[in-house]
Design a protein. Sequence first.
Lengths: 151, 811
Amino acid sequence: MKRLTLIFLTALAAFASEVHAEDAAPRFVAVDVVLISDAPVAAWQFEFGGSSDAVRIVGVEQGESKAFGDAPYYDREAIRLGTADRIVVADYSTADSSYLPRGAVRIATLHLMITGHSNEAIDITLVTAVDADGERIEASISATPQTGSES
Amino acid sequence: MTKRLTIFASIIALTMAGCAADMAADPSTGGAGSQSAEPQLPESVSLPPPPPAQSSTSEYGGFADIGGDGDGEIIVTGARIGDDNNEHPNDRHANRRQDYHDREKLAEEEEARRAAISAELDGRETERQRRRSEILGLDTQQRLLSENLYRDSLAKNMASGSIGHSLPALASDEELWIISQPADASADLRDAAGPGTGSLIVETPSRDRNRPPEIVPLPLKHTAVNATIDGYISSVDVRQQFHNPFDTKIEAKYLFPLPEKSAISGFTMIIGDRKIRGILREKEEAEAIYDAARAQGYRASLLVQHRPNIFEQKVANIEPGKQIDVEIRYFHTLKYEDGWYSFVFPTVVGPRYNPPGHADPIVPAAQGRSAASSAATTVEYLRPGQRSGHDISIAVDIEAGVSIEEIEATHPIETVSVTQSGAVVMLADEDVIPNQDFVLRFQVAGEQMKSNLLTYVDPETEQGYFTMMLHPPAGTVDLERQPMEMVFVIDASGSMRGTPLDQAKDAIRAALDQLQPYDTFQIIRFSDNASQFGNAPVPASPANIALAKQYLQGVNSSGGTRMVEGVAAALQFPHDPARLRFVSFMTDGYIGNEFEILGAISQHIGDSRIFSFGIGSSTNRFLLERMAVAGRGAAAFLGPMDSGYDLMSAFFNRISHPALRDVAVDWGSMAVSDVYPSNLPDVFVGRPVIVTGKFLGPAGNVTIKGRSGTQVATIEIEPAADERARPMLAKIWARQRIADLVDLRAMGGYTNDPYFEVMIRTTALTHQLVSDYTSFVAVDASEQTAGTYGVTVPQAVPVPAGVRYDTTVPE
């Protein structure tokens, strides 16, 4: 189990001393989640968590592989007003191995809304990845905010 | 392949039980589940080191602004998935159903609970206000700016004559039955969302019937419905395609109906090839997120419930010429009557009558004339001679589990394929105007359907859920009929004019013809007020029946739908204990104060049974069904082409011979809780009752006992033999629980009791369902569209087939 922590530095940091928190419009940012594996990936699962309730997940988009055609599914660990979001995102494919993605592949894009001025972090933890036979495979995960998506 | 599916399903289902139904995964198959319940990777597996910050191995660039110490730190941690410490309030209240009905006995506990809830609500409200003020901060300025721009634009356009004159005053037609008018009909800004350019304004249509229909440019282009039926459980995907036919950016807004038992659990926004799954959140937060995204130019969508069968879809920032689709998934149970299953897909919200002072009206308005009041939910209707480009396609894949003998529908259908127990049918191309309910019925084999019990156990929580279809035992058809006190309540409001009123009269005539001299009857008509045939129920003598038919002849339709008056008149007179009192309501149900009606029924029901007849092409099925539940009776529906006389004849025969009364259940080895409906109704031949609940322990035989005439009848029900997993049973149970809580709150007068809100909210969040307090929101944060969010365009819809526009929609 490995956890990746990503911190969003607020674009308004330079003005923080001059701007009251209640004046800040929420920011939206899309984060690409990339799975890196030498073996073809048939199913995967990661956990997403925000550092505080200032980070809200507002959408989960499918990745780039056509073997995973639909938006991934999620199960709420916690999505409740006043608590930090924490969800499990997962997907699987029944496609033949030859159609399954390998290498570095974007498996999902998380759409987030961030409020306030403070730097906010998200954790993304790879829970598991398996191959077409259902065997666990070596894999790692990374996350990258899309350039220019943050307002 | 089988092995792979099994492993995948186990891996995903164990941590994703909440959405297992959506994934079509089968969590019960295979024993591999226990392996993946533990999220820790095996020690023998070592993960490669993470790519360093700013040097990702992926093609998506490096890590940006990586955390605290800036080095993209990866930490090996213990897992928290599967952690069961977060005990849900739902479980704490699992066995409180009985409490609803005996609140006095629980006064002490109630007081403590209320204090806790109050504290929780106070804290959450404070938090909510803080968050809303944050989220809406700059948005407000932008909105005001847009409003000013819009007002300027409107003034210029009006000065140039491009959009006509001031909005018309409301008609003073005396037959107009909508009396809850907008506070200021001349203001049509709709949250800075009125038409902003001439291209969005539709000129007054031609009323010339010889001219082809005028096509009104509107955002909703197509609705595609794909349903799968497994026995009596249906899974339905509804894809709404919104496009922008205008030359400016728009927000589309669409009020639409779904079956009242729909458990909506899936929501995806689709932009081209991209699919963004929406997130279920508490309603206020979902709305705030949507508003913020809309204000900043992000594409977003929001699904909000206004009634258990009426929903509103909003889609923001649709650019000119572009399209955004929204796909909704829901589950529901089919109705079974006399050997026929019915799949219903409603297509249009009928115009509602709102009594004066009603707090949450659904207001009808002519196309382009939405009410100004932000508190009102408005349905815009196309005028006669107008059409939108919106059409609908429906495909239903049936697997009945038993042989299908016949299929019929309210619309022309094409049968694509047929097997012994299955079929795929589609709505024929030539009939795609969504102005009446689509009802598909299929008859299954067997003279006597057997009761059955479907179960599902969540592999993660070991919580069981069941759905039971309870048929009366064989041999109860010829029961001796007991004396009846029959009360007919006929809706004579303006919306019933024409065919619906004629059908209602025919239905009453049919029942009158079947009454016996030892029965008594009464007829009550209501619109703005109520009047009745006799001062008290009269004997069903030939002379009285003849007089009653004359009375019916003189009943005309006009005015509003003050159904509360009808309910009071029907239930508030002394009951003859020697007779079974049956109250039969005949109405289209086009009212906005449904819960007030249900509350009145609950208050006055006593020993009466209510049988509701929905009449019309797009009946308010929610109201009719819930009236029947509240009255421990049954509901039936008459389409525009149905014979009221024939339907009532068959129905009357059923209701006058209840096969099983005072029903009680012995659950055997199952530790059952939270059973809905909480008050089991009488069971009639050919009209089974669907019961749903939770259980712990092994699924086993269930014994039903009830009075059948003077005898005690017993039914043994075994769990279904097949081992198919049915995770949707949990959602169906949750939906019924919410419906029961809503009913109870309305019927018990607990409107302001926070207990119900907390319970409904918690149930909906736990089971990922849309409710009064939970909504789906999806935002595409990857790209901002240019400019402000444009104007809001409500999707105008046709009035339901058979409903007169001029008597129901204010101009």
